[in-house]
Design a protein around this ligand. Structure first.
Ligand code: ADP
Ligand code: ZN
Ligand code: ZN
Length: 817
């Protein structure tokens, strides 16, 4: 009997592959286990088994597997189902989903090992400098890994070098598979069994009179043992006895102590005390009841509660309900790094039951979280995480909460799978017959539409907790302010007065500007030239602090110019402004006060955000200037004033969602003001005070915004009335992108006629030396999504066979956001 397995390989290939196994292996293997297989010439991958059967593949001969990597499945059947859905819906390969889903430690890959080739004698004269370096290193060392090669020659691109050396018979290569995950082992000590009697022990202590430090350690060991009656960690013993690792080692070497190891979890929280959750006020109570009622009939409920209405406390009650039933809960957040406040709040309530799944965590920590969720461990009953946590191996998922559901960062842009975590979470929840709560102060049009269509339940909470009024929002007309010379730098007198008043009362201020750096454009006064990024079609942004010009797309940077590159004139001016300039102006305007800045430039590093947020919370910063980052659910007690420096560049962003987004963003920033007793104040500076969206923001008119925007979406055929698939052609050659996308669009038009838009260059058409050109396919409600995708796939396949277009990448983005 011949046996076969189908596997998913972690690469962008659309088919699963079949390998052959022997009978024992076939009986041992289960879907969800990994096997090491060879694919291509010599590469070894860890592949995931999906099916075990006896049907030989028809077009190729099945290779044998290398070996089996797991004892039990690491991926569940539910996950495999979800992967299939994602790969079909978002038009990507299951391998791409696998890559996104598994912690990288599970994606064993072969690592190339370089060995000396002893079968040839080498003429050293023939070797170039870098070749010689490697050759020499291999005289002292039997093998080298790629990373070591990089270190030796001091550069990253070493493959050409390795290739040359293989051709010259200097080296050979070997592929080795390695396991990256290492459970954390903790060292323990105990007394050797020989000393277990009183007598032996006494003798031992007597014999140690000349080694008082060792004796000291033993005395402490007994004390610890008597006190805790538990295994003693080496680290604890050293601490208590005020000793050192060397002394412990001496005792081990003498055969007095025995050392052993135990596997522990890395992700541990010190506090396991939990505090009782807060009692809800009557409005929250009512909201909770309505949500529960909706969820009896519907799978999804949208919770529209204004900023600071206390949505989190309602979620907490919903979570407690699930915990009591022994179910798992997933709490999805747009960006985990920005939510330390929320995490500590939840940790207080749920203590050890809460697992945070974080891309900044180490590989090993993520594997542990994975295993805890899969085994339904109590300590992973609630998982809080950003979008990738939908990939965890839940077994008993009762509820998914999607906080700030309107946030666009729930959608992954690049690489594939280009999935939307909110929408995928709803599919995930169905697998467990679980429930979903979408929460936001500014719901997305899509979700609100679904609620209006009665697909989702809808619960509204219009009151802030503690009866705090919604902030008072006013628009400041920059045009008249400039005309009347009532501006200081980028500040209107209105805003300055408000800041002064707040500071006088010892209150804090938040200022929002959606650009970082000092100014986004540098221009020559004489000839009008402005320095551009050589790799992207954008102007370089001036950063005053580092005196640099930087590209925000590719990271390219140069020192600030002394004179114009085109005409040598020294008269350069800057145009537009970013957070850095605002910070500088504030420092001059308020020299007595502490000014802080929160943007990508100031929050690098693992705890970058936390540092700034904590400083602001502790009152070490009076005025905080920042970008979008400021909007994300932060809860500061003492902020009474929020200023939006310029609303216009938000509104003018060329995207059909720009108005919806502007509304959401401004409402969210405004929501940071006046969260305790005093009513907050918001000032929005703009050249267009009569803009519909700004008017709606100023009176909290979500319904009005929704109605207007929906009319536009309907008229211009955009979501939620039409679905959108964006197809991007990408290549370094401008003409080739043009021709390729023209061909693609023409083929699409044959099927979809006027519902194909483009190809069109996006506002920034070249990024990192690659040109992009987009085609939009709009799909009306009645048209089958499945068939549409089939047609697109077919066209993509023919596209791939056209020689002229080779090298042009096609990127498909379903439900493009
Ligand atoms: P939202 O998420 O709707 O913006 P939060 O849940 O952050 O609002 O609540 C705003 C503030 O009000 C928080 O500081 C929170 O601790 C407090 N709060 C909300 N509900 C209650 C309650 N029932 N009892 C005590 N404090 C509450
Ligand atoms: Zn010039
Ligand atoms: Zn660039």
């Amino acid at each position: 009997m011949q046996y076969y397995i189908d596997v998913i390989l972690p690469i962008p290939l659309h088919k699963e592959f079949t390998y052959s196994v022997n009978e024992n292996e076939a009986h041992f293997l289960k879907p969800g286990m990994r096997v090491a297989v060879q694919f291509g010439k010599s590469k070894v991958y860890s592949a995931l088994v999906t099916n075990i059967h006896q049907t030989a593949p028809q077009v190729y001969e099945a290779k044998e597997i290398e070996h089996i990597l797991d004892e039990v499945p690491i991926v569940t059947n539910d996950q495999l189902q979800l992967w299939s859905w994602i790969s079909e819906y978002y038009m990507c390969s299951k391998g791409e989903v696998m890559r996104a889903a598994l912690p990288s430690a599970f994606l064993l890959e072969s690592e190339t090992i370089i060995l000396r080739n002893d079968s040839h004698t080498i003429d050293e004269q023939e070797l170039k400098d870098d070749e010689f370096l490697l050759y020499e290193a291999l005289q002292h060392q039997s093998l080298l890994r790629i990373q070591e090669v990089m270190d030796i020659v001091g550069k990253k691109s070493v493959l050409p070098l390795i290739k040359r050396l293989i051709e010259k018979n200097v080296i050979t290569v070997q592929e080795e598979i390695y396991e990256q995950y290492k459970p954390k082992l903790v060292r323990y000590v105990k007394l050797q069994i020989a000393y277990s009697t009183e007598e032996a022990l006494q003798d031992l202590l007597d014999s140690l009179t000349r080694a008082p430090k060792q004796k000291e350690v033993l005395m402490h060991l007994f004390m610890l043992q008597a006190k805790t009656n538990k295994a003693i960690k080496v680290a604890d013993l050293i601490k208590v006895a005020n000793s050192s690792a060397n002394i412990i080692k001496a005792l081990v070497d003498k055969g007095i102590l025995e050392e052993y190891h135990k596997q522990t979890d890395r992700v541990e929280y010190t506090s396991n005390l939990s505090v009782a959750s807060k009692e809800l006020n009557s409005f929250q109570e009512q909201a909770l009841e309505q949500i529960q009622k909706h969820l009896l009939e519907k799978d999804v409920c949208l919770f529209h509660g204004v900023t600071s209405s206390g949505k989190t406390e309602v979620y907490v009650k919903l979570i407690e309900e699930q915990i009591a039933k022994g179910k798992q809960v997933l709490y999805l957040l747009p960006e985990i790094a920005l939510t330390t406040q929320l995490i500590s709040r939840l940790q207080e309530y749920f203590g050890e039951k809460l697992t945070v799944y974080h891309s900044k965590y180490s590989v090993n920590e993520r594997v542990e979280a994975w295993n805890n969720v899969k085994e339904s461990k109590a300590k992973a009953q609630i998982v809080i995480g950003a979008r990738s946590s939908i990939f965890l191996p839940f077994s008993n998922l009762g509820l998914i909460i999607i906080d700030e559901e309107h946030e666009s960062s729930f959608k992954q842009y690049d690489p594939a799978p280009r999935y939307h975590a909110r929408d995928t979470a709803i599919v995930l929840s169905k697998l467990f017959k679980g429930k979903v709560v979408l929460g936001s102060a500014t719901p997305s049009l899509e979700s609100y539409y679904n609620a209006n269509q009665k697909k989702y339940g809808l619960v509204t909470l219009n009151r802030r907790y503690g009866n705090v009024l919604m902030p008072d929002i006013n628009l400041v007309d920059l045009k008249t302010k400039y005309k009347r010379k009532e501006m200081k730098g980028h500040f209107s007198d209105t805003l300055l007065t408000a800041i002064e008043e707040a500071l006088k009362e010892d209150e804090q201020v938040i200022l929002f500007q959606n650009r970082r750096g000092y100014s986004p454009v540098v221009e020559c006064n004489t000839c009008g030239h402005s320095p551009q990024c050589p790799n992207c079609d954008v102007s370089l942004t001036y950063h005053n602090y580092r005196n640099q010009l930087r590209c925000h797309y590719c990271g390219y940077h140069i020192a600030m110019l002394q004179k114009c590159l085109a005409c040598d004139s020294p008269e350069l001016t800057t145009k537009g402004f970013g957070t850095e300039q605002i910070e500088n102006e504030l420092k001059e305007l308020f020299p007595e006060h502490h000014i802080g800045r929160m943007d990508q430039d100031t929050t690098r590093g693992k705890h970058g955000y936390e540092k700034i947020i904590t400083k602001f919370e502790n009152g070490e910063i009076d005025i905080l200037v920042g970008t979008q980052m400021l909007t994300k659910g932060l809860d500061f007690r003492n902020v009474t004033l929020v200023g939006i420096m310029n609303a216009d560049n938000l509104l003018n962003f060329p995207d059909f969602r720009a108005h919806e987004r502007s509304f959401q963003l401004m409402q969210q920033v405004a929501g940071r003001a006046g969260r305790t007793s005093k009513r907050g104040k918001v000032l929005i500076q703009t050249y267009n005070p009569f803009h519909q969206i700004l008017q709606q923001v100023s009176i909290n008119d979500f319904e009005g915004m929704y109605k207007d925007q929906m009319e536009e979406r309907y008229q211009y055929k955009y979501p939620p009335f039409y679905r959108i698939i964006k197809i991007t052609g990408r290549h370094k050659d401008y003409n080739r992108v043009n021709e390729a996308t023209a061909w693609f669009a023409k083929s699409l038009r044959m099927s979809f006629k006027e519902h194909v838009l483009g190809p069109e260059f996006p506002p920034i058409s070249r990024i990192r030396n690659q040109y992009n050109k987009n085609i939009l396919v709009k799909i009306p409600a009645g048209q089958s999504l499945k068939k549409t995708k089939e047609v697109i796939k077919k066209i993509e396949n023919s596209f791939k066979s056209v020689k002229e277009f080779s090298g042009v990448r096609i990127i498909i983005n379903v439900d493009n956001y």
